[in-house]
Each structure stands twice: as C-alpha cells, then as structure tokens.
Write a protein of this length. Sequence first.
Length: 286
Amino acid sequence: MTFDQSYIHRKEVDWSLLHEGLTIPVHLQVSFRTLLNGYERGVGRRITLLVEGQPFDAMLINQAFDREKYARHSDVVQIRFTAKSGLPQRLRQIFPSSYAYLKQERELLKGKKTFVRLPEGSREYFVLYTTQRPDVFTVEVITKSELYEANTLLAGLSEEEFERFGDFARRDDSASILTRPQLAKVRKLDRSIGEDLKILYDYRCQICGDNFGEPYEQRIVEVHHVIQFVRSMNNDYDNLMVICPNHHTVIHKTNPIFDRQALKLAYPNGYHENLKLDKHLRMCSI
Ligand SMILES: [Zn+2]
Ligand SMILES: [Zn+2]
C-alpha cells in the first residue's frame, strides 16, 4: 500500500458485509454522492475493490427507499454486491470464525430481526481506502489474530503514551513501540483522521473552544480517544475528540464519564462540563 491512498472508513464485520455490502457512514455520504453524479437513483456505478491485491466487482449505489413505506428515510449511498459473487465469498474465507459465529447466532435467533454483533475482543474489520482512481478502492482486512497481536504489543503502553506517539504530527518514530510491523495496520488508521478533525475544529478544543496556540502560530491541539484506544482499537471519527493539552491532561488524570447525547463530561468530584464545540460526535451516535 502506498501513502497516497487515504483512509475512508473502518467497518466492523457483520452478516451484511459478508453477503450484500455496506452503507457508507453519514459523514461521508456527501463526498460519495458526488461519485454518483449523472447516475440515476437506484441504478449505481460499477466499482472495483482490491482485496489483498485481487480485484472484485461491486456496485456503488444511491439506495432509493420506497417513499410510501419509508417516507422520512433519505437516500443513502451503499456499496452492494450479491452473496454469491466473488467479493463476499472471499471475505467469508478471510473471516471464517466471524462468519461461523454470525451464522450460528442467526440460526439461534431464527425469525427474530435482531442485529447480531461480534463479541468484544473477537471483532474483525474491513477498512476502505481511496486510490488514485475514483472507481477503485483498496480494502485492508484486520483480523482477530492481528488485533490480538497488536493488543499484546500495546499492553505495556499507557493510553497517554499511545496518544502522544500515535499523534502523527508529533510522532517520534525512532523511540516508539508503534514502529513495530504488527502495529502498522492499526496505527495507520489515525494517520489522516486525527489531522482532518483538527482542521474541522480549526485547531480549537471541543471542550473550552480555545485555540491556545494561535497567537504563537503553534498548532498544539491534541486528539483524544473517547474509549481508550488500547482497549477499543478504535481510531475512527466516532471515537475521537479534539482537545487542548490542558483538558487532555485533566481528562487522563480524572477519567470523567462522557455523555455522548448531552455532550457533557461528568468528573468524579461532581463537576460537569459541556462541550462547546461538536461537529461530529453526536452525529456519529445516531
Ligand atoms: Zn480545552
Ligand atoms: Zn487522550
């Protein structure tokens, strides 16, 4: 993989992914819709997904909902394929234990429409990257055993150390455990996302709204993981918060509870603080 590819989305493996496709997340819908300019609703555009270097066909489709049944549902862009096509077959081979688990749980739940999720610690991921061609995407798979290996390496690292070294702008590769090849995949995920989020917030802290570094022309804002990365391995938008170094220090010292709906932090001494800025966290929780 070359570095001109940028990260798009990490999708947790579920039954749909192994059979019919995935929905592009809300915050990426607009940019994906531009790829469908000139294509009729519900028709779709043929795309290629490269999985371990092998090309597979899929469709990028603006899923039109039946207006009578789902009057309030807006269109969503999805990547679709049929269960018997090459891509889902390959994915079922790559993720055999996830496939077996999901199949078994669905059989137990027969008839009931319940979404089955892989248990914590056994989750596997499908990660989408762009390429230089708009109709070709690269897929990287992150399996349970790779996550286990990464976890073992990260076990000796505190969350603060991880975030400090994991911060692309400030990373000191020579000193970091994060240069280990076993961590290449999980670490790569934050390369652009954290930086994108800082730009989204104009280098301001989501808690106090300040850009302390501004008069000094220094960008000192940091990226914090809502659920500790060393536990969640989640470097995606929905788990990241842009905060100033002061708030970051306080948060790691006090470990407040974050209420995502109210956008409020509850500290153990009873102090509460509302986020002044939010452009992505509440949206991601829908
Ligand atoms: Zn702050
Ligand atoms: Zn943090």
